[in-house]
Every structure is written in C-alpha cells, then in structure tokens.
Design a protein around this ligand. Sequence first.
Ligand SMILES: N[C@@H](CCC(=O)N[C@@H](CS)C(=O)NCC(=O)O)C(=O)O
Length: 110
Amino acid sequence: MSTRRRADLASALDVHPFSSYRQKVVTALYENGTSFEYRMFDNERASAELAALWPIGRFPVLVDGGRTIPEASIIIDHLGLRHPGPVRLIPDDPRAALDVRMMDPSSTFT
Ligand SMILES: N[C@@H](CCC(=O)N[C@@H](CS)C(=O)NCC(=O)O)C(=O)O
C-alpha cells in the first residue's frame, strides 16, 4: 500500500506501520515541516523493493535525491544537514551532538 501525504515530495520514507523506529524520523520530519512521501512496506512486493534499496532489510529507510539513507539515527543527521528547519535536530558542537546521539538507546542495541 502506498500512502502519499504530500504532493511536493522532497524525499520518500519507507516504513512499516508497526515500526517504532519510524516514530523518531517522522517526528523530525514533522517538527521541521519537511515534505515527504510516506510509503508503507507492509506486503511482499514492498519488502522486495525495500531489500533492493537496503539489503539489510530494516526500516525506516529514506530515499532523498536518489540516495538511500538507512538507520534512523543516520536519517536524523541527514535531515539536519540537508533539510534544516526551525528546529535544530543535532547540536553543532560535536561533544553535545554525541550526548544527543547517546540519548537514543535504539541506536545502541541494533
Ligand atoms: N538500527 C535500525 C533498526 C531498525 C529496525 O530494527 N527496524 C525494525 C522495525 S521497528 C525492523 O526493520 N524490523 C524488521 C527486521 O528486522 O527484519 C535503525 O535504527 O533504524
């Protein structure tokens, strides 16, 4: 199933409806009003598409300007660099940035 939420898409976010990791990325997208196409990966064909994009097969995956960005934390970094908005996602100071990344236990366990 494909759910298009914005007509003026800048990027496509591939997720599964039950993915907890997507919440982090979707929150960042909404916080900065970043346009995106929300694609649900909830059937076999979609799973094959996801595997072609990212052989590890985990989601969320962001496709932006033809580039595939996997891993929720990396997607957040990418959004901060490529689609900055009023809400700063990662601090400029490298030490503070590290502290922020350490706040996300999900990136530690998978
Ligand atoms: N380290 C990845 C983990 C993503 C992850 O584990 N996503 C789960 C859904 S919440 C998943 O893809 N599960 C399916 C699988 O492992 O095959 C990230 O931070 O994005």
